[in-house]
Design a protein around this ligand. Structure first.
Ligand code: HEM
Ligand code: NAG
Ligand code: NAG
Length: 498
């Protein structure tokens, strides 16, 4: 009997298996320990770095301050989720351009999945062929030449109504510009996309505006998002799940109501809207998901930009006067501002750009997630890490905008060629790369058109007793940074002296 047959037959293969497994584990450990994660503040067990942001006034400001200590590629944990926070032009270029392909998916969350009708949309969808197809639909059908023409016509009509309504106010009355501009954008987008503004309609007692706001809130973080193992219990106990379900039911109901209206009516002379043109080739879920993207992506962002522009103009009378001179000189004495007048207003373009620099509505773009390992700023970024890029911080970085970075000074764009189309990344109010905002041009021309009208017809003052330089500019909010106080101003009709 030789020694080999003494051992049971399984011993040799098992030993070999153990041997190779341990070598493999060792190699894996070596590789892991060679991973260099981005630096970041120390984290506590379970909550990670949550205590550093929760309850603080503005997360955008807090994270920007932290990045001054830990660097422009910084790693934080919110609960169990790792977040890479990007705070410089160089790092943003690496994320949005160099490694765009590896960082261009969106994080999964229960809320975004439900509210995008199972990721049938563009904005929240993971990177996929379906996302690409849906993005093409939005670009050609909502942002294509035909719809833009309709949009501009509608904008002129609604703008005239706004001018008439403001003119009808008696002297020295304060108007809430935010309300006026939000209604304007709702009316225009609603009519172009759905054939009707739906402003007076309700579903389950809620208006479209209420529901759109609720969707924004629910799209934010929940316990299950930051604590994937046990968070669902907290979401159940806190009532968050029920609130999400209600939000979904109302939203779905409202959108179904809009679709039903399109099945019923086809009167002659009817101008085809976005829904008319897409309904036949998209599923009901795809249709609703795109309607959601238009409502959530186009309305508040555009309005917020207009409101910040007006706030900065009132606070900076020098800029206001210079811009008003340009507008009134280019338009001349007419009854309305034409599209072609606006092409002759370079200062207006700089004012809108300067507004988006200091007040990008989406302070952190939209969340991204790493799909395959890559290096950002020399650090390793691993699959599953979430990526936040601060548009707000980049717009105030003194290394780019010099010592007057905090000042509203549109003339700076005479010397710095910062484009906002996502080619270079000094300022990124619309993001960049594959996931960049497709509505960039529509948004800026809407803001330019509105501001030029408001300034052509009226002069704007702060209410009696409030000095212009004391106008409150506090900002906060999720997902969009907006004024914390309403913008109430006193318009007076401009008198041409002759
Ligand atoms: C001032 C107005 C606007 C601002 C500041 C804005 C900003 C943004 C930002 C920061 C993103 C994320 C980009 C990224 O992740 O890199 C985004 C995405 C998007 N925006 Fe806008 N946006 C505006 C207006 C519009 C308009 C008018 C539309 C009209 C359809 C629109 C549709 C979208 C869509 C569909 C996406 C998702 C793109 C994707 O994930 O592929 N936005 N926007
Ligand atoms: C951030 O830093 C600035 C300047 O150092 C300071 O004034 C501000 O209070 C800080 N904000 C937060 C939220 O930490
Ligand atoms: C409007 O307000 C100004 C300044 O507060 C005042 O001088 C003027 O008399 C007011 N006009 C009317 C019609 O109330």
């Amino acid at each position: 009997m030789d020694i080999i047959s003494f051992f049971p037959s399984w011993i040799l293969p098992t030993t070999l298996l153990l041997f190779f497994t341990s070598i493999f584990m060792y190699a894996l450990r070596m590789r892991r320990s060679s991973i260099r994660l981005p630096p970041g503040p120390k984290r506590l067990p379970i909550i990670g770095n949550l205590h550093q942001v929760l309850g603080k006034e503005g997360v955008h400001q807090t994270l920007w301050n932290l990045s001054q200590t830990y660097g422009p590629a910084m790693l934080l944990h919110f609960g169990a989720q790792p977040f890479l926070v990007i705070s410089s032009t160089e790092m943003a270029t690496e994320v949005l351009k160099t490694h765009d392909e590896k960082l261009c998916t969106r994080p999964y969350s229960k809320a975004t999945k439900l509210l995008s009708f199972n990721y049938m949309d563009v904005a929240f969808s993971p990177h996929s062929d379906h996302w690409r197809d849906m993005r093409k639909v939005v670009v050609s059908e909502f942002l294509g030449a035909k719809r833009i023409r309709l949009y501009k016509n509608m904008m002129e009509i609604e703008m005239e109504a706004v001018i008439r309504s403001i003119s009808s106010h008696s002297l020295n009355t304060t108007v809430n510009l935010e309300d006026i501009l939000l209604s304007l954008v709702y009316d225009v987008v609603g009519k172009v996309a759905f054939g009707n503004s739906y402003r007076g309609k309700t579903f389950n007692g809620r208006t479209l505006k209420d529901i759109v706001e609720e969707v924004q809130v629910m799209g934010g973080a929940s316990f299950s998002f930051i604590f994937p193992t046990f968070g669902w219990i907290l979401d159940e106990l806190t009532g968050w799940n029920r609130r999400l379900q209600k939000c979904y039911t109302d939203f779905d109901g409202f959108l179904q109501m809009i679709l039903d209206d399109h099945h019923d009516t086809k009167t002659s002379g009817h101008v085809n809207d976005f829904v008319d043109d897409c309904m036949s080739r998209l599923t009901t879920e795809e249709m609703k998901a795109l309607m959601m993207n238009v409502l959530e992506g186009a309305v508040d962002t555009t309005t917020i930009t207009m409101v910040w522009a007006m706030s900065e103009l009132v606070k900076n009378p020098r800029v206001m006067e210079k811009l008003q001179n340009e507008i009134r000189r280019c338009v001349g004495r007419k009854s309305k501002v034409d599209e072609s007048d606006i092409t002759k207003m370079p200062y207006l373009k700089m004012v809108v750009k300067e507004t988006l620099r200091l007040h990008p509505p989406a302070a952190f773009l939209m969340g991204r997630e790493c799909v395959s390992q890559c290096r950002i700023g020399g650090y390793d970024v691993l699959p599953g890490m979430k990526v936040m890029v601060t548009a707000w911080g980049l717009g105030r970085d003194p290394r780019i905008w010099k010592e007057n970075a905090e000042e509203f000074y549109p003339e700076r764009f005479e010397n710095i060629k910062a484009d906002i189309g996502g080619k270079n990344f000094e300022m990124i109010p619309f993001g960049g790369g594959r996931r960049a905002c497709p509505g960039n041009n529509m948004a800026t021309s809407t803001v330019e058109f509105t501001i030029s009208n408001l300034l052509y017809f009226f002069n704007w003052e702060t209410p009696a007793g409030l000095k212009k330089e004391d106008l409150d500019m506090k900002e906060n909010g999720f997902p969009f940074l907006r004024r914390t106080t309403p913008l109430c101003l006193v318009p007076t009709k401009h008198n041409w002296e002759d």
